[in-house]
Ligand binder design. Structure first.
Ligand code: NAD
Ligand code: IPM
Ligand code: MN
Length: 360
C-alpha cells in the first residue's frame, strides 16, 4: 500500500536539509508518495499565513510529515499568529502530536566533537520524552494586560499560564514507562515541584502511573539540577520524561553532548500512530543557503519516520547504519568538523549517505 508523506521544508536551512532526507527516502525501495507544501515564513510570503489550510489538510491526510524548520528574524515583528513558529505549534496541536521523542546518541566517531570531555560523554544514549501539546506553551489565559492588583497595579504585565490536565500527564507518563520498559527500565521524571503547582501535580500523577510499571525504577529530579547533571554526568540518564517547556530546553542541552544540534532528530507522535519528524534544531538563518548545515538530524528524523509511522524498522536501521558509515569515513559538516576529518557541505553529506545506503 502506498504511504503518504507530507514534506514541509519551511525556512532557513529547512529546504537544504529536507532535500537530503527526501533523497534518502526515495532511494529506499518503498512505495512512498511524497507531497511538498509551504510552511512557516515561506508560506506567509506566498499565502499570508504560516500554516495555510491546504498545508494543514495535507498533513492531516498523510501517514507522516517530514518537517524542516521554520522561523526567521524578519518575521519577528509580525503579530504572533502570523509568525512562522505558529506553523509548527499549530501542526502539533491540530494533529494531537503530544509525544515528542528526542534521542541524544553520541556516535563514537564524534566523541571529540562534543564540548565535553570524551570520557564524560562516551557511550551516551539518552531518550528525552517531551510532552508537546500542553504546558505553558498552550495554556490560557495569556497576553499583555494592565496588572490587576498588588505592587504593580496599573502597570502593563505579560502573562502566560502553565497548566496540565490529568489525562495529558497520564498519557505522556505511560509513553515514558513503556519506553523505559524497552530500554534499561530506568525513568527520570523532570519537574520543578518544589516551586510550581503544575509540577507537583505532574509528579503525583507520574507516581500513580508508576504502579502499572513495577519493573521500572522511577526517579524524580528538579529541572535546574537536571540541567546541571546533564553536563556533569549525562550517562546517569536513560529515559527522561518531562513537560513541554523543560523538554524544549533540556533537549537543546542534550544535543550538544552529542557534538552538535545538527545531530539530534525527533519524532512527534499522536494516539493514531501519525507522526511529524523534524530535526530538534531550528531554521539557523545565520547559515542558511550556504550548503554548510548538517543534514544528519533530518536524515535521522527520516529514519524515525520509517520506524514509527511506516513500520519499516529494517529500512530505518539501514539509514542509521549509513549515517554511522559516513561518520566512520571521517566526513564532517563544519559544525562537527575537527582536525583530521574531511569537511563537506550539506549536499555532499547527503551524497555520502546515499552512497553508503546503496552499498548496504
Ligand atoms: P537554531 O537551532 O536555528 O540555531 C542555533 C544555532 O545552531 C545556530 O548557530 C545555528 O547555525 C546552529 N545550527 C542549527 N541547526 C544546525 C545544523 N543542522 N547544522 C549546523 N548548525 C546548526 O536556533 P535559533 O537560532 O534560536 O532559532 C532560529 C530560528 O529557528 C528562530 O526563528 C526560531 O524560532 C526557529 N526555530 C524553529 C524550530 C522548528 O522549526 N521546530 C526549532 C527551533 C528554533
Ligand atoms: C523546538 C522549537 C519550537 C519549540 C519553537 C520553534 C516553537 O524550539 O521544536 O524545539 O519551542 O517547541
Ligand atoms: Mn527548541
Amino acid at each position: 500500500m502506498t504511504k503518504k508523506i507530507a514534506v514541509l521544508p519551511g525556512d532557513g536551512i529547512g529546504p537544504e536539509i529536507v532535500e537530503q532526507a527526501v533523497r534518502v527516502l526515495r532511494a529506499l525501495d518503498l512505495n512512498l508518495e511524497l507531497t511538498e507544501a509551504a510552511v512557516g515564513g515561506a508560506a506567509f510570503d506566498q499565502f499570508e499565513h504560516p500554516l495555510p489550510p491546504l498545508t494543514l489538510e495535507l498533513a492531516q491526510a498523510s501517514d507522516a510529515v517530514l518537517f524542516g524548520a521554520v522561523g526567521d528574524w524578519k518575521y519577528d515583528e509580525l503579530p504572533r499568529e502570523f509568525r512562522p513558529e505558529q506553523a509548527i505549534l499549530g501542526l502539533r496541536k491540530s494533529l494531537g502530536l503530544f509525544a515528542n521523542l528526542r534521542p541524544a546518541i553520541l556516535y563514537p566517531e564524534l566523541a571529540n566533537a562534543s564540548t565535553l570531555k570524551p570520557e564524560v560523554v562516551a557511550g551516551l544514549d539518552i531518550m528525552i520524552i517531551r510532552e508537546l501539546t500542553g504546558d505553558i506553551y498552550f495554556g490560557t489565559p495569556r497576553g499583555v494586560r494592565s496588572a490587576p492588583d498588588g505592587r504593580f497595579a496599573g502597570e502593563r504585565e505579560g502573562y502566560d499560564t502553565m497548566r496540565y490536565a490529568e489525562s495529558e500527564v497520564r498519557r505522556i507518563a505511560r509513553i515514558g514507562f513503556e519506553t523505559a520498559m524497552k530500554r534499561s527500565r530506568k525513568l527520570c521524571s523532570v519537574d520543578k515541584a518544589n516551586v510550581l503547582e503544575t509540577s507537583q501535580f505532574w509528579k503525583d500523577i507520574v507516581i500513580e502511573v508508576a504502579r502499572d510499571f513495577p519493573e521500572v525504577e522511577l526517579s524524580h529530579m528538579y529541572v535546574d539540577n537536571a540541567a546541571m547533571q546533564l553536563v556533569k554526568a549525562p550517562r546517569q540518564f536513560d529515559v527522561i520524561v518531562t513537560g513541554n517547556l523543560f523538554g524544549d530546553i533540556l533537549s537543546d542541552e542534550a544535543a550538544m553532548l552529542t557534538g552538535s544540534i545538527g545531530m539530534l532528530p525527533s519524532a512527534s507522535l499522536n494516539e493514531k500512530g501519525q507522526g511529524l519528524y523534524e530535526p530538534s534544531h531550528g531554521s539557523a538563518p545565520d547559515i542558511a543557503g550556504q550548503n554548510v548545515a548538517n543534514p544528519l538530524a533530518t536524515i535521522l528524523s527520516a529514519a524515525m519516520l520509517l520506524r514509527y509511522s511506516l513500520g519499516c524498522a529494517s529500512e530505518a536501521e539501514r539509514v542509521e547504519a549509513a549515517v554511522k558509515a559516513v561518520l566512520a569515513q571521517g566526513l564532517r559538516t563544519p559544525d562537527i568538523h575537527e582536525p583530521g576529518t574531511t569537511r563537506v557541505g550539506t549536499a555532499e553529506m547527503g551524497d555520502a549517505v546515499l552512497n553508503a545506503l546503496q552499498r548496504s
